[in-house]
Design a protein around this ligand. Structure first.
Ligand code: MG
Length: 398
């Protein structure tokens, strides 16, 4: 069997690096042919290019491409911008695209990969939130698969193999609860970006860490799960599980539930997505991740409900999902805008979720909306959400 040709988008982030670690361990099964990254770590990207010898590197800007060019090995070309990325993943020479791009910026490349028939290993949940039904349609038309990399969705994807969709009673997404699970909500105004990005169990990028702190990450995951698995939001619950060992649960109608357990190491869901429908063996040192060791170390597993008064973000996401008509794209865009403002120092942490709530409210009053029929239309809702969020934040910021 020849190796599948893999593109890794977001190659120098934590998920991209973990995906490349999987590719490094399985060179007979995966051949890295495209690497894409924003280009903020040119030395690391050049190093990866020399190691994997992809035919193409894509970065965000012309300046970043220029910085990289002299350091690339022979046979590796460099391009920049969205059009180059769409071109690199939309060609027939790619079998599998792992996308860990942050935000709705990943939507066009994801759509291009699926339209071209490449399977999509999806860590870029915002693309699914912004246009899940459209991405599924593209996949169905080309025969490509969407394989979740998000740990909760990889867990559900595995657990669903135990029964049929019509036998599912509900999906339960577990949530670590983030760094502020037990913090007095009255003190959240003073949270700094450094505190908000110090996640207790996962080592992740800044945006998703802030989303974990507000629990908007779980809200986005709820929408993602509904679109991925074709289960309505009313049958998806969220349970706080601070140890992040049970990654999600599927309850079947006969009273049996299947939970997926593994160490909180992103390589597990990534390996699952990249190897599906096979399961590739871990290297010998993977024995340290065995189930019995894991459960001995945990000694007990804890679960509790989310308090919607303290963490309203999941309810907002559920509302956007049931409303449809562009509301999930607008909600996601508002959140991206508010999180960027917080990380940039122009909005307090406590303003993020209220800003999203107000944009969602305006979606009802002003927009009415229609279900996006194309990726362009989904991106119009994305732009609308960003504009509205900036207006709301400008007022909050004084
Ligand atoms: Mg997750």
């Amino acid at each position: 069997m020849s190796a599948r040709k893999l593109a890794v988008l977001g190659a120098t982030g934590s998920v991209g690096e973990a995906a490349l670690a999987v590719a490094r361990r399985h060179p007979d099964r995966l051949q890295v042919c495209v690497l894409a990254a924003r280009g903020t770590k040119p030395a690391r990207l050049a190093e990866l290019a020399r190691e994997f010898r992809p035919r193409r590197i894509v970065v965000e800007t012309e300046a970043a491409a220029g910085r990289l060019r002299a350091d690339l090995p022979p046979g590796t070309g460099v391009g920049w911008g969205e059009a180059a990325l769409v071109d690199a993943v939309g060609g027939s020479h790619v079998d599998l695209v792992l996308t860990a791009i942050v935000g709705a910026a990943g939507l066009r490349p994801a759509a291009a990969a699926l339209a071209a028939g490449a399977d999509l290993a999806l860590a870029n949940k915002e693309a699914m939130v912004a246009a899940g039904p459209l991405l599924r349609r593209l996949a169905a038309a080309s025969g490509a698969k969407i394989l979740p990399v998000d740990s909760e969705h990889a867990a559900i994807h595995q657990a669903l193999r135990a029964g049929r969709l019509r036998e599912v009673r509900r999906l339960v997404l577990t949530a670590s609860g983030g760094p502020f699970l037990d913090r007095d909500p009255a003190t959240l105004d003073t949270v700094t970006p450094a505190e908000a990005t110090a996640h207790p169990t996962w080592n992740m990028g800044a945006k998703i860490s802030v989303d974990s702190a507000t629990l908007m990450n779980k809200g986005l995951e709820l929408i993602e799960a509904s679109y991925l698995f074709d289960v309505p939001g009313s049958r998806i619950d969220i349970l706080i599980h601070p140890q992040s060992l049970v990654h999600s649960i599927v309850e079947f109608r006969d009273g049996n539930s299947i939970a997926q357990i593994s160490a909180n190491d992103m390589e597990h869901p990534i390996r699952y997505a990249l190897s599906h429908p096979e399961r590739w063996p871990l290297p010998d040192d993977g024995a340290a991740n065995g189930l019995s060791e894991l459960l001995e170390a945990a000694s007990e597993l804890k679960f509790r409900r989310v308090d919607p008064d303290v963490f309203p973000a999941p309810s907002l996401a559920r509302e956007a999902l049931s409303r449809g008509n562009g509301a999930p794209a607008a909600l996601n865009a508002a959140n991206e805008t508010a999180v960027a403002a917080f990380l940039g120092g122009t909005a307090p942490f406590a303003a993020i979720v209220p800003a999203v709530a107000e944009v969602l409210d305006r979606h009802v009053r002003e927009a009415g909306g229609a279900e996006p029929a194309t990726i362009d239309e989904a991106l119009e809702w994305d732009s609308w959400g960003r504009r509205r969020a900036r207006e709301v934040l400008a007022r909050v910021g004084g």
